[in-house]
Design a protein around this ligand. Structure first.
Ligand code: HEC
Length: 383
């Protein structure tokens, strides 16, 4: 049963996204991705490269050839809105190292038909198919070591500096912030206003500001998978008011932190007089479920005053609310101009000390058309 909201400004469409309000009780737990496929549990005797590659070839034919073509030329039998990648030239725009390709195959590429395989293949299978896909291309050049090329290794990395316009016609960002995750995603912020401008996937950043005389912009290297509201979003939080209408909340950066394998931002929420009334932490990571991929933003409120309702501002698109099967969960679905959809789903965990310090997650999934079938796959994945 779908509920159609005429526009993102309608109060109806806000209800589904009321955050930190008492009506948002505990929701379904995190989707589990632990189910292992039993397709190849027999391959306990690996170790030899050739065994891996032939194992990888089998998985490739079963899972990838449909889109990427039997021989990896990108000409599969499934017709896509954009071509799948040809592996024969070995040009990987999301990174060509085993680690980078593994991340691509595990998480998928948000905003494209490339699905994540985390719930379909186990780790060994993913590595086998990744080795196979890399083996289809030419011998790789050894990447040039560069002191200014920053990579995310086993720990997230936070970099501050000036950023060029994220999209044509937009202003430069003098105080930019890049959060690079171990999952290969980079969250690009304007630190002045604490706005997430876009999400990238691939390599991390080139510190152009360390070259020459300094003062140059940082050069984020990942491919942009999502521009938040065209790259120039409004402030993210609004305060609900009983009189109707929402009030924009000004945000002020307080700190960044790397903990629990994630990079976090901490910021203050300011009232009309510029006075702090609570704080919030946030972090983001790659997400793929039910054939959809994108990313998850996690928000933790710190000392939220009782009774206060915060609303997350929705994308400036026409949206509707859909129920996800029998999961008891709903999603906001926004149609995009190119025929694909953009999905927002939120869940809330009230921690032991009540609403004051609650955790909210909001999932952003995109790149597919919102047909009954693709929504059913999503419903199954969130069960
Ligand atoms: C439903 C179709 C589909 C399936 C199935 C699929 N892919 Fe993809 N894949 C794509 C598309 C489309 C792209 C290009 C995305 C883009 O950059 O626009 C892509 C991109 C990729 C890339 C990124 C290349 C780069 O530029 O860095 C890798 C790696 C990849 N796929 C590996 C795989 C593997 C391995 C499998 C099987 C386990 C697989 N894909 C299954 C559609 C698919």
């Amino acid at each position: 049963m779908a509920m159609f909201a005429p526009s993102f400004r309608s109060p109806l469409s806000c209800v589904a996204l009321l955050l930190f309000s008492a009506s948002c009780s505990d929701q379904a737990a995190e989707p589990t991705k632990t189910e292992e496929s039993n397709a190849s549990t027999t391959s306990a005797v690996t170790g030899s490269v050739t065994a891996d590659v032939s194992e990888g070839a089998k998985i490739y034919q079963a899972q990838c050839a449909l889109c990427h073509g039997e021989n990896g030329d990108g000409k599969g039998i499934v017709v896509l809105d954009r071509p799948a990648r040809s592996f024969l030239e070995g040009a990987f725009s999301f990174g060509n190292t085993t680690a980078a390709v593994t991340r691509t195959v595990t998480n998928g590429i948000g905003g494209t038909p490339m699905p994540g395989f985390a719930s379909v293949l186990n780790e060994t299978e993913i590595i086998a198919v990744v080795d196979y896909v890399i083996s289809l291309g030419p011998e790789q050049d050894i990447p040039m070591e560069s002191a200014t090329l920053l990579q995310v290794m086993d720990r997230p990395v936070v970099v501050r500096g000036g950023l060029g316009p994220i999209a044509e016609g937009l202003p430069t960002i003098p105080r930019g912030l890049l959060l690079g995750g171990t999952d290969g995603l980079t969250f690009q912020y304007d630190a002045e206003t604490v706005r997430l401008l876009g999400v990238r996937q691939g390599e991390f950043v080139k510190r152009k500001d360390w070259e020459n005389r300094g003062g140059d912009f940082l050069e984020p290297l990942g491919t942009l998978i999502h521009l938040v509201d065209g790259g120039d979003p409004n402030t993210m939080w609004q305060l609900g008011s009983l009189l109707g209408g929402n009030m924009d909340v000004k945000l002020k950066m307080v700190a960044t932190e790397v903990s629990n394998d994630k990079a976090w931002l901490e910021y203050a929420l300011l009232d009309g007089n510029g006075k702090e009334f609570m704080r919030m932490r946030e972090s983001g990571s790659a997400l793929s479920m039910g054939g959809w991929s994108g990313y998850r933003r996690v928000f933790q409120s710190i000392n939220r005053p009782p009774g206060l309702t915060l609303t997350f501002r929705e994308p400036q698109l026409n949206g509707r609310t859909v129920e996800l099967g029998d999961s008891g969960r709903t999603a906001q679905v926004f149609e995009q101009k190119d025929g694909t959809a953009f999905i927002m789903m939120s869940t809330m965990d009230i921690v032991a000390d009540g609403e004051a310090n609650a955790t909210q997650t909001i999932d952003f999934l995109f790149g597919r058309a919102d047909t009954p079938e693709t929504l059913a796959e999503l419903a199954e994945a969130v069960q």
